[in-house]
Design a protein around this ligand. Sequence first.
Ligand code: DGL
Length: 262
Amino acid sequence: MAVIGIMDSGSGGLSVFREIRRLLPRSRFLYFSDNAFCPYGDKTADFIRQRCDVITRELLGKGAEVIVVACNTATAAAIASLRETFPVPFIGMEPAVKPAALGTKSGVIGVLATAGTLKASKYLITKGLYGSGVRIVEHVGSGFVELVENGILEGPEAEKRCAQSLLPLLEAGADTVVLGCTHYPFLLGTLQKVAAAQGYPDVRFIDPAPAVARRLVTVLQETGLPAEDAHPGTELLSSGPEDTLRSLYELINKEDTAPEGL
Ligand code: DGL
């Protein structure tokens, strides 16, 4: 019986949880939103490491046997120290520069992420490994995390914010945009709308969550942890108010139970 812990600075990691649950519908999940300390994007790496340490102890105390750090910023700041400190497997996030670089036709890829992710050595190494031969343009998704944490996924305010961060990438020629923060997939509909309205209807957005979910399945197989649990389901945990967490959780549940075509 494997209990899978998932953590993020807030509700963004639910975009990763959604993909994981599609592959592992009979597992037991503990999802921790650190929303009392969100956003992580502008915090120091030391602070994020301390928070990840506290959250990991809580998840392990509740029985987690494998932990997904469903946050690019926390992965960049803390995954190495988590792996050194705790004796369970950790799966982290990484901006999907590799598939973007392989798929671009214009030779320009855009990366939307937090300031913390874009300046972290982990991202710089990824860029060095996979970004040669393409031009990479980057932008912080300014205000995106706050929009999602306030449950604002569409409408004029979301469109304005999305346009401010996305258009510079499209104007620079990016035909592929990496969503390098787990909150951003919740704004995908608005990002697509803004791109189309500005004359870029064919831009491709890449969310690494499905690849992370597949990686988790592989890790479970490699470590011999059974994916199925006698008590499948999800427990939501948080360090702050739970309204948005619960409403986004309901939203992904509704999407996953909607009949085909809806
Ligand atoms: N969802 C997180 C990420 O993937 C963190 C966003 C934040 O708290 O700034 O980077």
